[in-house]
Design a protein around this ligand. Structure first.
Ligand code: ADP
Ligand code: MG
Length: 216
């Protein structure tokens, strides 16, 4: 049972080795002193979550800009949960590591073909699109490395490994949590997506869709 849950929980912990603890440090990203503490989502947190979070416009340290070619993760459950996550490369993470704690974030992302490479993406696929991002320690690497995984709220017809991805992180949703139920995890991911969309519907966020950081 635990192995099955470990597998399914990989949206927030891609890279978990089978059977490893799903620790969820909600500590500043620059410190891993308390890695190993579990934050179990209690019912009151889960039932009373607001559907709009953060200030009316991004506040420091946001916006945070990340970019790099999409990497293979560990292929362990993102798609099975209805939530594939495109992984950013390690060398793209410092802006996040330097400024933010681990957790789930919202913002916009854009996927584009690398220069000179033929593309299988449609015009809709290469638009600036809303996303949720999980940012955390990677137990597969003994909590010495971090991962940022982005779920773009859009139906892609094909995978886009190797394509360039830009992400503008605009706000924080919640800490990483240790789930013991698949249903609770899926419910919370769905709720995270609603929170992201509602939070970014505010005028102070909308303008970032046309930020010059993105490719016109
Ligand atoms: P991996 O462990 O390799 O990251 P996932 O099951 O998380 O595997 O799937 C991620 C891949 O799915 C991405 O790299 C991308 O190519 C593809 N993908 C398709 N649709 C999406 C989407 N809406 N958001 C993010 N990635 C997507
Ligand atoms: Mg993934």
């Amino acid at each position: 049972m635990f192995a099955l849950l470990s597998f399914l929980l990989s949206f927030f912990k891609t890279g978990d080795a089978p059977g490893e603890s799903l620790s969820s440090p909600s500590v500043p990203a620059s410190s891993n002193e308390t890695v190993g503490l579990d934050a179990v989502p209690d019912e009151s947190f889960r039932t009373s979550r607001p559907d709009i979070v953060g200030p009316d416009a991004p506040d420091a340290p946001f916006p945070i800009k990340l970019s790099g070619p999409v990497q293979h993760g560990f292929g362990r459950g993102g798609k099975d949960l209805g939530c594939p996550t495109a992984n950013l490369p390690d060398d793209s993470l410092p802006p996040m590591i330097d400024a933010a704690k681990t957790g789930v974030y919202y913002g916009y992302a854009q996927v584009t073909p690398s220069e000179g490479t033929p593309s299988s993406l449609s015009d809709q696929d290469v638009c600036v699109l809303p996303m949720v991002m999980s940012f955390g320690w990677n137990p597969f690497y003994k909590n010495e490395r971090m991962t940022a995984e982005i779920h773009i709220m859009h139906e892609f017809k094909t995978d886009f490994y190797g394509y360039d991805m830009k992400a503008l992180v605009l706000g924080y949703i919640r800490p990483e949590l240790h789930y013991t139920s698949r249903e609770a995890l899926i419910e919370d991911i769905e709720f995270d997506k609603k929170v992201a969309l509602k939070s970014m519907a505010r005028p102070g966020y909308q303008k970032y869709m046309s930020d010059p950081f993105f490719t016109a």
